[in-house]
Design a protein around this ligand. Structure first.
Ligand code: SF4
Length: 349
């Protein structure tokens, strides 16, 4: 498939999603590229004499989320809340402990390595550190060519041609495909990693802190590139980041995660203007407001994040929440719909 046709295919998919929504009368029907139900990932922390886990780090503990075709879902939260583990479990780098992952309607929760190879033609992951995800002894063009070979492009000349196309698409010169990773700057290396992810024509890319290792000036360029590619190829993103300003800029909707669970999901602007969950309010109050005269106060979160080995009963945020009641300590709040596409798990609603 030529790059031009990939582009057309991507745009067609994004449009198809819109048509489906209109035909079925709007918000009721979704064309989801990804749906995750009750996802858990527990890591054994202490083992008994027989090597069986008796205590677990509950890094992800019952996550539900979905992403529509052509949509970017931002996933935010303090470090250690389970964002990256969620991303890695969705793409099956980690085996889920419980729950289900549906990708383009197919249940991929328990697929074996061979079947996952087919999934990786449509779903890719971009890591935080581009240097760590490239082999320092391999020319970057060969790293991309290898991906193309594994996914069925056996002709050497065709692979070189496609690698050059990908390089140009991510803003690099095609002559640079014969360089080694250390010959590039941090931003250029991340462009190489993006080119490698695009080599298989993915529909969904999980971006795990894709710009946090880069200088601020370079961050903007990479973010703009990701947004351009999304529009051009009809991509969907799960955008994991602790940088709230970046998430606000790139996301259509945002999910807020606390201690292994999603506590609030909402369209981006609604969440940033009127967060509902007390944790989201505190987290988002840290984003500087550039409007002159704005009197938004930064809310300070008291106390440490509790241990994911032994999370608090009831609402997990109750040990740090100024509104906590007895009910909060005893009963886990269900997720409630509190507006259009706006959900929160809090007894206040
Ligand atoms: Fe606070 Fe209770 Fe809401 Fe949890 S459920 S966020 S403790 S008010």
């Amino acid at each position: 498939m030529s790059f031009m046709s990939v582009e057309t295919e991507g745009v067609r998919r994004a449009n198809m999603y819109k048509e489906v929504k209109l035909q079925d009368g709007g918000m009721e029907v979704t064309a989801e590229i990804l749906a995750v139900n009750g996802l858990k990932k527990h890591f054994p922390f202490k083992k008994n004499w027989f090597g069986k886990g008796i205590e677990y780090v509950k890094a992800v503990d019952g996550v539900d989320l979905h992403i529509d075709y052509g949509e970017t879902l931002g996933l935010v939260g303090e470090s250690g809340c389970g964002k990256s583990t969620t991303g890695r479990t969705i793409i099956r780098l980690l085996d889920p402990t419980e729950g289900q992952i549906f990708f383009e309607g197919e249940n991929i929760t328990h697929l074996g390595k061979k079947q996952l190879r087919q999934v990786y033609k449509r779903m890719q992951l971009i890591f935080q550190d581009p240097f760590a995800s490239l082999n320092p002894r391999k020319k970057v063009g060969n790293a991309i060519s290898e991906v193309l070979y594994v996914h069925g492009m056996k002709d050497r000349n065709q692979r070189r041609e496609k690698t050059e196309e990908l390089f140009e698409m991510v803003g690099l010169r095609k002559e640079e495909i014969d360089k080694y990773p250390h010959e590039f700057s941090g931003g250029q290396r991340q462009r190489v990693v993006i080119a490698r992810a695009l080599a298989v024509n993915p529909r969904l890319i999980i971006c795990d802190e894709p710009v946090s290792a880069l200088d601020v000036s370079i961050q903007a360029q990479i973010i703009n590139l990701l947004m351009e590619l999304k529009a051009r190829l009809g991509l969907s993103y799960l955008f994991i980041s602790h940088d709230l300003r970046v998430v606000r800029h790139v996301s259509d909707r945002v999910a807020v995660m606390y201690l292994g669970k999603i506590v609030e999901t909402a369209p981006t602007e609604e969440l940033f203007k009127e967060p509902a969950h007390p944790y989201s309010k505190a987290l988002l109050s840290a984003v500087p407001v550039l409007k002159p005269g704005s009197n938004r106060r930064k809310l300070v979160l008291e106390g440490e994040v509790p241990s994911p080995v032994n999370p608090p009963s009831g609402c997990r945020f109750n040990t740090r929440c100024k509104y906590a009641t007895r009910k909060c300590r005893e009963v886990e709040p269900p997720v409630k719909c509190i507006g259009q596409q706006h959900f929160a798990a809090c007894h206040l609603y």
